[in-house]
Write a protein that binds this ligand. Structure first.
Ligand SMILES: *[C@@H]1O[C@H](CO)[C@@H](O)[C@H](O)[C@H]1NC(C)=O
Ligand SMILES: *[C@@H]1O[C@H](CO)[C@@H](O)[C@H](O)[C@H]1NC(C)=O
Length: 250
């Protein structure tokens, strides 16, 4: 009986461990004291990105591909454009373009650059004009962004749990750049193909002006999604587990 209780008890501990503070086996801690710390972090992020972006259910880290976006409403310059049930696809094929991590100092910062081909699918509703051409309709929309590059700058703050200290990224600054964008809107002008083709062609030729309105709310949600996933991970895994030789600032 005692033996059984011990077994149940041990199993309970292991289970709790497995639930909470552990690293998936595709992530290894890096040694802060070593010269190649920056290189190690970069390599860890590069190698774990495809897995990480699919989520870590055991840690409650959500998948970021696809990710549901909040409704997007553009209302201005004579155009009312609404996207509902929007989803962003492609973040799991993100590549790293830049990484600078400064930790173990007074001010701890991260500068992260990513690039991806992303597509947004949604139900759209449009009424008004884009620049000079009328647009009206509702139906399925696909917006494809080629090589969208997002650079995120953030600071680390610290959070204490009963397991130890954790990192947390504070609200980041970011900027972005997009190489090109194509729009597909089904069912424009009640399916009048001639009108629809003309407007779509015009939209695609003038994608940059359209994206001036459209990209900011979308990129904001992308950044929010990424930071949320990273912070969920940090909230479950202590600093000691991901960084060897980290000295606590008191
Ligand atoms: C990481 O991703 C690869 C490729 O999709 C997969 O084969 C592997 O099982 C994943 N590893 C974990 C621990 O999920
Ligand atoms: C995006 O797609 C193009 C091909 O259309 C490819 O050349 C490029 O490498 C892709 N970018 C990324 C970040 O995967």
């Amino acid at each position: 009986m005692n033996y059984l209780l011990t077994l149940v008890f041990l199993f309970g501990i292991c289970y709790v461990r497995a639930e909470d503070d552990f690293l998936p086996d595709y992530i290894q801690p890096c040694n802060l004291k070593e010269d190649d710390f920056a290189k190690c972090v970069k390599q860890q992020i590069e190698e774990s990105l495809p897995n990480f972006s699919k989520g870590i259910p055991e840690l409650g880290v959500p998948s970021v591909d696809p990710v549901n976006l909040d409704d997007i409403l553009i209302d201005g310059n004579g155009l009312k454009l609404k996207f509902e049930k929007a989803q962003m696809h492609g973040l799991s094929h993100t590549k790293l373009t830049k990484l600078k991590v400064d930790i173990g100092r007074e001010e701890e910062t991260i500068n992260l650059g990513i690039i991806a081909n992303l597509s947004l699918t949604a139900k759209y509703n449009a009424d008004g004009k884009i620049l000079i051409l009328p647009i009206k309709g509702d139906g399925d929309a696909v917006i494809t962004c080629k090589n969208i590059e997002v650079e995120i700058n953030s600071k680390f703050s610290h959070i204490k749990s009963n397991k130890g200290m954790h990192f947390k990224l504070v609200t980041p600054n970011y900027k972005y750049d997009i190489q090109s964008t194509t729009f597909e809107f089904e069912n424009l002008f009640n399916g009048n193909k001639q009108l629809a083709d003309a407007t779509l062609q015009f939209a695609n030729e003038n994608w940059r002006q359209l994206m001036d309105d459209l990209a900011p709310p979308v990129v904001k949600q992308i950044v929010k999604t990424i930071v949320k996933a990273i912070n969920k991970f940090f909230s479950k895994v202590t600093i000691d587990r991901i960084v060897n030789g980290y000295k606590q600032k008191s």
